[in-house]
Write a protein that binds this ligand. Structure first.
Ligand SMILES: Cc1cc2nc3c(=O)[nH]c(=O)nc-3n(C[C@H](O)[C@H](O)[C@H](O)COP(=O)(O)OP(=O)(O)OC[C@H]3O[C@@H](n4cnc5c(N)ncnc54)[C@H](O)[C@@H]3O)c2cc1C
Length: 293
């Protein structure tokens, strides 16, 4: 199938893009890497009247560290995140997560902003932003808003962005010396969307978690920052403590059922992921089901 007829505008600046978005309202769509937008248009899931191509706005591209904060522009491509020494040094969870996003051809064009605005609940980057406690920066004509990642994702393909706003970039606190991370997903093939996944960022001191942000994906309508993880903070983690946290996790998740997995299977996989995460980050193979990582 081919997309319905549409008009095309190449925005010359953020201000110009916002003028177009305000003029067309819900009838306009922003184009970044096009890796999700164009397939959706070709399938006629959406039929915007105007495409606002922001690909030439260089101020939206790039990775910089300033004042203890890692800033990443919305137009930064997946491949640039994967190869960035700053990301590897200051947010290594992201380097690991991005390697699971699709395939090289898609990573060469897909962008961080596009992935976050698209808000697929099975995508790796939204959950990574929640785990990393990122701030999402969005701009409209009247004002700029800074939204905590955990509040940005509001449902399946839904975010706090309005049709008249642009996602400008993200700000990430840089990893501390005692930071540790875990990323794993279950997928049919490497590069597929996950059936269930976990991105986690922790601080481990003296064999204890003093912080643990465990963001699950593909097990709900948005990335889920597990409350169950708080049961593992500042306590000696025994198999009993882990089993309690695991039961809490199963109760707080509300996974969807589809052709890939039942809700019960997704809950089960989430519990396995939590156990592997805790075991790996604390260096405790005894906590992993079966004793292996
Ligand atoms: C075969 C295939 C496999 C894939 N597998 C995966 C996978 O395993 N994991 C994964 O996470 N992704 C996967 N993707 C999606 C890919 O990562 C996309 O690149 C990403 O979801 C969207 O990024 P984009 O820059 O291409 O955005 P676009 O397609 O250009 O835009 C996506 C949406 O976001 C909006 N948007 C884009 N940028 C902005 C902005 N700055 N401000 C406001 N709104 C904006 C657009 O209007 C559109 O609604 C896959 C895609 C394909 C085609």
């Amino acid at each position: 199938m081919k997309a319905s007829a549409f008009s095309y505008a190449r925005a010359t600046s953020v201000a110009n893009a916002l003028e177009l978005l305000v003029a067309y309202g819900d009838k306009a769509k922003v184009l970044s890497g096009g890796q999700s937008l164009i397939p959706a248009m070709n399938l006629r899931l959406i039929s915007p009247e105007l495409i606002v191509d922001i690909g030439e706005i260089t101020e939206l591209r790039g990775i910089a560290v300033r004042g203890g904060v890692l800033r990443v522009g919305a137009l930064t491509r997946h491949v640039d995140l994967l190869r960035s020494p700053e990301i590897a040094a200051y947010a290594p969870l992201l380097t690991e997560a991005i390697a699971h996003v699709a395939h090289p051809a898609i990573r060469n064009r897909g962008t961080l902003g596009g992935s976050l605005a698209h808000a697929d609940p099975a995508a790796e980057l939204p959950a990574s932003m929640v785990a990393l406690n990122a701030t999402i920066v969005v701009r409209g004509q009247a004002r700029e808003r800074r939204i905590a990642a955990r509040d940005f994702f509001t449902g399946i393909y839904e975010t706090a962005l309005s049709a008249q706003e642009l996602l400008i970039g993200v700000e990430l606190p840089i990893a501390q010396k005692s930071s540790a991370h875990f990323f794993h997903e279950f997928a049919r093939r490497h590069g597929d969307y996950a059936i269930a996944g976990l991105a986690a960022q922790a601080i481990v001191r003296g064999g204890l978690f003093t912080d643990l942000r465990a963001a699950f994906f593909a097990v709900g309508d948005r990335p889920i920052l597990a409350k169950a993880a708080t049961k593992l903070i500042n306590v000696g983690v025994t198999p009993t403590v882990l089993a309690e946290a695991s039961a809490t996790l199963a109760a707080e998740l509300d996974p969807q059922e589809d052709q890939q997995a039942s809700a019960a299977m997704r809950r089960h996989l989430a519990k396995i992921l939590l156990a592997r995460c805790v075991s790996a980050l604390l260096g405790r193979p005894d906590l992993t089901p079966g004793g292996t990582l």
